[in-house]
Design a binder for this molecule. Structure first.
Ligand SMILES: Cc1cc2nc3c(=O)[nH]c(=O)nc-3n(C[C@H](O)[C@H](O)[C@H](O)COP(=O)(O)OP(=O)(O)OC[C@H]3O[C@@H](n4cnc5c(N)ncnc54)[C@H](O)[C@@H]3O)c2cc1C
Length: 323
């Protein structure tokens, strides 16, 4: 019976939320096509695979080795591609994260099959049909995939993990045993100094733009983000000015984010910025220019001076959360 293979992503032996989202996509596609979901977990021994049934998997395939704790591009690619070749899979699904954006094409190249990246909807009612935003998010591109298998990467935060009631114990099978060390090996991954929540993974993002006037004023953005338990994002204008690191840049040449809540402070909403955040579930804009394009995509807008609006807003949120 054909199935859907989901390649999960772990960090320090814990499966990441984006993989639960990928499993949700696989589950709904498998239900439409009438097939199973297999979850391939590549990582160190002891990686926690309990509960993957609740997230939609029918079977867990594990490839565990101390050397696989960190992402090993070539070896991960080989393991995933061999698994994809050994089963009768309609699709291979993984998150469109930095890892997924590297691993997806490797799997597709080994399989000689198509890759559709960064998709925001997948349907199996009429073959496999995917949708992805194009032209900086101004249009949606609908693509019917006519060959099998195909590799699909799904945009983080665009899907909600499922919770399958009464999921039974999962069959666990070893995978990738014949695949050994590759020529290149990742030996260490260094987090940036003062590492904070990654803007691409956060469910709440508070982003600042040139309306902040100078780098020091970004404290307003940081304080609001901290009060909400969110991450700090930035427009390219302030990254180019050297106020913030490129890792925080949201947009066409930065990161694509789809958080539950995106708050834009002093950001005009240029098309290249919107390309990276317009799929956020709720967008709030604070800008003193009522005609700023950001208000066209905002669900809630405050026309006002951010230096007057933000401090009391942060205060109120802190108070509300305390009690
Ligand atoms: C090829 C290309 C790629 C690009 N990629 C990106 C990208 O990835 N990400 C990105 O962000 N941009 C990108 N850009 C740049 C983009 O076109 C804009 O220049 C940029 O987004 C503007 O940043 P901004 O909104 O912070 O600044 P501005 O456009 O200068 O806007 C500042 C806003 O702050 C408001 N403001 C000022 N003072 C206050 C105040 N006191 N209170 C409230 N509001 C105030 C103003 O009304 C204004 O709307 C790209 C451009 C090109 C050509």
């Amino acid at each position: 019976m054909p199935g859907i293979l989901t390649v999960l992503e772990q960090r320090d032996g814990v499966v990441k939320r984006v993989s639960h989202e990928a499993l949700a996509v696989a589950r709904s596609l498998a239900d439409e096509l009438g097939c199973e979901v297999h979850a391939l977990v590549i990582g160190p021994p002891g990686t926690d695979v309990d509960g993957l049934g609740q997230y939609g998997a029918d079977k867990v395939l594990t490839s565990f080795d101390d050397e696989l704790k960190l992402y090993q591009a070539s070896r991960y690619g080989q393991i995933a591609a061999e698994q994809a070749m050994s089963g009768d899979y309609t699709a291979v699904i993984l998150g469109a994260t930095s890892l997924g954006k590297d691993l997806g094409p490797r799997i597709a190249a080994r399989l000689g099959c198509p890759l559709t990246s960064d998709v925001t909807s997948v349907s199996g009612s009429d073959g496999v049909v995917v949708t992805r935003p194009v032209f900086a998010g101004r249009a949606l591109y609908k693509l019917k995939i006519t060959t099998t298998p195909s590799v699909i990467t799904v945009r983080p935060n665009a899907f909600t993990p499922v919770s399958v009631a009464n999921a039974g114990a999962l069959e666990e099978v070893s995978a990738g045993e014949g695949v050994t060390a590759s020529v290149a090996r990742t030996v260490e991954v260094k987090a940036p100094e003062n590492a904070t929540l990654d803007v691409a993974e956060a469910s709440i993002v508070v982003a600042g733009g040139r309306g902040l006037k100078e780098a020091e004023h970004f404290k307003l953005v940081e304080d609001l983000a901290r009060a909400l338990g969110g991450a700090v994002g930035a427009s390219r204008a302030v990254v180019d000015a050297g106020w913030r690191p490129h890792s925080e840049q949201v947009g066409q040449t930065g990161k694509t984010v789809s958080p539950n809540l995106y708050i834009a402070l002093g950001i005009s909403g240029a098309i290249q910025h919107l390309a990276g955040m317009r799929t956020a579930k709720v967008i709030v804009a604070i800008n003193k220019d009522a005609d700023a394009p950001i208000f066209k995509v905002a669900d809630y807008g405050i026309v006002g001076d951010l230096f007057e609006v933000v401090p009391p807003l942060t205060e109120a949120i802190i108070k509300a959360r305390e009690g």
